[in-house]
Design a protein around this ligand. Structure first.
Ligand code: ZN
Length: 113
């Protein structure tokens, strides 16, 4: 389950931010998860509780923002929505679609006290 190592990365970013900015509690963590990032939001929620236990983010609210996938279709020369990393173009039905958006997971904001 790679969500666990992703979440450990998030915990590390929070620790570094806490040292840099001097906060001691995190109330809310917002993660953006791209539809094409191959990250399971439910697994992230599970890992969040496990990884943040006994940390300064213990008991914090986890908000997950879904970022829709998008891609570039070469034959259509257009940007198209993508719901999967390998998906046919909704306009021409071809598979020459290169994913361009919704490919990553990132920590987008922290609410601290
Ligand atoms: Zn197309």
């Amino acid at each position: 389950m790679h969500e666990m190592s992703l979440m450990e990365g998030v915990a590390q970013i929070i620790d570094e931010a806490a040292q840099a900015n001097g906060f001691r509690r995190v109330r809310k963590v917002t993660l953006e998860i791209g539809q094409l990032a191959l990250v399971d939001p439910e697994a992230m929620r599970f890992c969040f509780a496990a990884v943040m236990e006994d940390s300064l983010a213990e008991g914090a609210v986890l908000e997950i923002v879904d970022v829709p996938g998008s891609g570039w279709c070469t034959p259509c020369a257009a940007s198209v929505p993508m719901s999967d990393i390998i998906a046919a173009c909704p306009n021409c039905g071809g598979y020459q679609v290169q994913a361009t958006g919704g490919l990553e997971m990132k920590l987008s904001s922290l609410e601290v006290e």
